[in-house]
Write a protein that binds this ligand. Structure first.
Ligand SMILES: Nc1nc2c(c(=O)[nH]1)N[C@H]1C(S)=C(S)[C@@H](COP(=O)(O)OP(=O)(O)OC[C@H]3O[C@@H](n4cnc5c(=O)[nH]c(N)nc54)[C@H](O)[C@@H]3O)O[C@H]1N2
Ligand SMILES: Nc1nc2c(c(=O)[nH]1)N[C@H]1C(S)=C(S)[C@@H](COP(=O)(O)OP(=O)(O)OC[C@H]3O[C@@H](n4cnc5c(=O)[nH]c(N)nc54)[C@H](O)[C@@H]3O)O[C@H]1N2
Ligand code: SF4
Ligand SMILES: [Mo]
Length: 765
């Protein structure tokens, strides 16, 4: 593999960047030698991770360099082969075809999929501009196959789907982890250290609710190993116990909430004993946990896919939030809280607000509305294969590999093959890229300016603008350049904006971009259609004047100004100085300068009430749709099925990281992505450890290697996420789990998939 070594300077450079394998984006100090990452360690100066790393980061070299790296734009020929083409040829043709599609069918025929995976949301901000140019609202993203139930509930409780909750596990006395395995998946600050501190302090309690005795559960004081898919029953029962025993926080409810009476009425109807039996956990332990959580001084709840990828998804999210709200564990240290965002990665598309503001658009086939501004992956194939004139005909995929990660691989591949135009922007030749008409090679996240929008911290929030630490691989471009060129080719923005560029160029540093911002503001006011294209306009005009080649970071300037004006007190407390305009500029400059990341804000816990969007600054506890679903549980028969096993399709393990790593050499264990199976189940179907079984669902079948493991419940088997790729044009590596999952097997309200509850049959091969 050829690499351009840096010509001048010392042989080994030390640089600061971040890990891009999960939403934590831990700070890294890396040695760079001959264009390669040679040594990777934690960055003690990173404001959040403070030197922490997990085992996955040490082998990031395998993300930066591997056989599937793309090195030239590719065009698929009629015979299915790919030929290398120039950037001009590729972008020129794509631009022509998009403009033509828009003229023939309107923007509704176009969808943008992905736009920022675990660590690259700066590029995503450029990509999403295409939606506005195409006059389309169809933004599809994997967040809508996990978190949109949570966002919907937040909208109802807190007044906006952008009110996102966080959990202060580090300072809590009592932590309830439901359907999450942070020891492996992280998702909370410095997870393993945080969990160890909890375990080692006898005064603090960790409770894990999970059908598997996970690595997290092993360190817990209490493990409730419930039957999969029964969380709504268990959480309903816990809440009912709290209310019956009068353990709810009356003072908190009176001061900060509305609607408790209605909630209480519904909870008093819960048949506690029957529901706890349904979850198959001991009633005395459930009672002890309900009491312990309610009476703890500081307590919080942490949830993830175990709750969001299983039956009753949205209701689970509501009940989980009621647990900390009715007990008053909200808006305080060691509890659950709201937090601020610098990058607006979520929108508010609560359907109740459609009358007031701009109308929301229902999809052509399923009539689905967006949540948090995004549409659910589970409907994408049907919206493409929709028989009507208003079907999707062209799709852009960026930083996502839906051919492996969206439900029902077979249907999605068929749908993608039927498109007029499929363009994939990725660093690697993925399974989705193989179906594309054009594949556009992006520079890797170590070769460009990047940042994560997953800044979900409270009370201190931080932002890390990552500088490039490697030269861009030959033939690649960073997303800001790719999308800006495309917008220019489509005629959406002029190739030059000389007046804006000139003001930026001639402005002295001391004037804090005042002249530029003035002219920029006037330009945007005059050309409203440019407003959604501000990222590319700033990139081309202000961008070239920023130190060190940080052009891609130019859109952060208005975002910093907006953030500083919205959270002025918190930004001042973080140590920045300035007036209404210059405070944001000071923040922007710190972000550009601080290579290990910059503190954004230092909130006080009371800010939670300012971050809440309901006009009365109260939490609106009574959500009629959810209370109706809760009542309906009483009559719900246990799910009957012809399939004897429940497969959890997509477990987080020691060596998986979504589809980000492709080269199997990075894994130190679990090369096959084995199926965990209880010893009794292995005996009953007649397989031994290492045997291959055929796993068949209603949708498809795959083979898997058995790993006998008594941490799973009887009748439950698990397969990991992040396998199923064909590396270097070889055979399929490990389980392609979404061959087994069905598009319709999902939450009816949000269409988020039940990936953790896939009925299957198993037979030895
Ligand atoms: N190592 C690693 N870490 C990752 C990732 C990765 O691929 N690999 N991916 C990242 C991403 S994108 C995400 S979204 C997060 C997800 O992180 P998590 O949600 O923590 O990870 P999972 O292993 O998918 O699921 C969590 C737990 O849910 C349990 N579970 C299954 N069914 C049920 C149920 O019905 N009820 C309950 N209560 N629990 C259930 C499973 O046994 C599992 O232990 O991880 C992130 N971190
Ligand atoms: N059955 C089942 N399915 C699941 C899950 C499950 O648990 N079970 N989990 C779901 C969840 S929670 C998630 S988040 C999704 C994740 O699935 P996806 O949304 O598909 O995201 P990733 O797997 O993270 O894919 C990241 C892609 O981005 C590319 N990439 C990396 N860096 C860059 C870059 O700088 N620029 C560009 N343009 N591309 C880049 C990588 O090569 C890779 O192809 O999967 C979901 N699918
Ligand atoms: S994979 Fe590990 S090192 Fe990387 S960001 Fe996540 S927790 Fe940090
Ligand atoms: Mo995810």
């Amino acid at each position: 593999m050829s690499m351009t070594a840096s010509a001048a300077g010392p042989k080994v450079r030390t640089e600061r960047t971040a890990c891009i394998l999960c939403s934590r984006n831990c700070g890294l100090v890396v040695d760079v030698d001959g264009g390669r990452l040679t040594k990777i360690r934690g960055d003690a100066e990173h404001p959040v991770s403070k030197g922490y790393l997990c085992q996955k980061a040490a082998r990031l070299e395998h993300y930066a360099h591997h056989a599937d790296r793309l090195r030239s734009p590719l065009r698929r020929e009629p015979d299915g082969t790919f030929v290398e083409v120039s950037w001009d040829a590729a972008l020129g043709d794509i631009a022509r075809r998009l403009v033509d599609l828009r003229a023939r069918h309107g923007g509704g025929a176009f969808a943008f999929v992905g736009g920022g995976g675990q660590g690259n949301h700066l590029g995503g901000a450029y990509g999403r501009q295409l939606l506005s140019v195409m006059k389309s609202r169809w933004a599809y993203n994997s967040l809508a196959q996990e978190k949109t139930g949570d966002f919907w509930v937040n909208g109802r409780l807190f007044g906006s789907q952008t009110c996102h909750t966080t959990e202060d596990v580090e300072h809590a006395d009592y932590v309830l982890v439901i359907g999450a395995n942070p020891f492996q998946s992280h998702g909370i600050p410095n997870a393993r250290d945080t969990l160890r501190a909890l375990r080692d302090d006898p005064a603090r309690t960790l409770v894990v609710v999970d059908p598997r005795r996970t690595e997290t559960a092993r360190g817990a004081d209490v493990h409730l190993q419930l039957r999969p898919g029964t969380d709504a029953f268990l959480l309903g029962a816990m809440l009912a116990i709290i209310v019956r025993e009068g353990l709810h926080d009356r003072a908190f409810l009176a001061a900060h909430c509305t609607g408790f009476d209605e909630v209480e009425r519904a909870l008093r109807e819960v048949p506690v004993e029957a529901w706890v039996r349904r979850a198959d956990v001991p009633l005395d332990v459930v009672t002890q946990v309900a009491r312990g959580f309610a009476t703890a001084r500081r307590a919080c709840v942490r949830v993830d896919l175990g709750l969001q990828h299983t039956l009753h998804t949205t209701l689970n999210g509501y009940l989980e939030k009621l647990l900390y709200l009715v007990t008053g564990h909200f808006g305080r240290e060691g509890c659950n809280n709201l937090h601020s965002f610098l990058l607006p990665i979520l929108g508010d598309t609560d359907e109740r607000k459609t009358k007031k503001g701009r109308s929301l658009q229902r999809t052509a086939h399923h009539g689905v509305l967006p949540i948090g501004g995004i549409y659910p992956p589970n409907i994408l194939a049907d919206e493409i294969e929709h028989p009507g004139e208003d079907r999707l005909r062209a799709v852009f995929v960026d930083s996502s590999n839906p051919a492996l990660t969206y439900a029902d691989t077979t249907a999605l591949e068929r749908a993608f093959r039927s498109l007029e135009l499929l363009v994939v922007v990725d660093v690697a030749m993925t399974e989705t890229a193989r179906l594309a008409h054009y594949v556009l090679p992006a520079s890797s996240q170590f070769e460009k300016w990047e940042a994560t929008g997953f800044n979900l911290e409270f009370p201190e929030n931080a932002f890390h603008l990552r500088h490039p630490v490697l030269p861009p691989a030959e033939g690649t471009l960073a997303e800001p350049e790719i999308y800006t060129r495309l917008l220019e080719q489509m005629g959406a923005i002029p190739r030059e904006l000389p007046w804006l560029a000139a003001v930026a160029r001639h402005e002295p540093a001391a004037s804090a971009h005042a002249a530029f911002l003035g002219v920029f503001g006037m330009t945007m006011a005059r050309r409203r259609s440019w407003f959604p294209l501000a990222a590319s306009i700033l990139y081309r005009t202000l961008g070239p004047t920023l130190d060190g080649g940080a052009a891609a970071a130019a859109p952060l300037l208005p975002l910093c100004i907006a953030y500083a004006s919205k959270h002025r007190g918190a930004v001042l407390r973080a140590g920045y100085r300035g007036n209404r305009l210059t405070l944001g500029v000071a923040l922007f400059r710190a972000i550009l300068r601080r290579r290990s990341g910059a503190l954004l804000s230092r909130h006080v816990f009371d800010d939670t009430w300012r971050l809440l969007r309901n006009a009365d600054r109260r939490v609106h506890l009574a959500v009629p749709e959810m209370l109706a679903e809760l009542r309906a549980l009483r009559d719900e028969a246990p799910p009957g099925t012809d399939y004897p096993f429940i497969l959890m399709a997509g477990e987080r393990r020691t060596y998986n990281a979504n589809q980000i790593y492709r080269d199997p050499a990075w894994r130190r264990n679990d090369p096959d992505g084995a199926m965990r199976m209880h010893p009794d189940d292995a005996t009953s179907i007649g397989v031994i450890d290492g045997a291959t079984v055929r796993c068949t669902s209603a949708t498809g079948a795959i083979d898997a290697v058995v790993s006998i493991d008594d941490t799973v419940r009887r009748g439950v088997v698990t397969l990991p996420h992040g396998y199923g790729m064909r590396y270097a044009d070889g055979g399929v590596i490990g389980p392609a789990i979404n061959v087994l999952t069905a598009r319709a097997h999902c939450d009816p309200r949000t269409r988020t998939p039940y990936h953790k509850y896939v009925p299957v049959r198993l037979a030895p091969c």
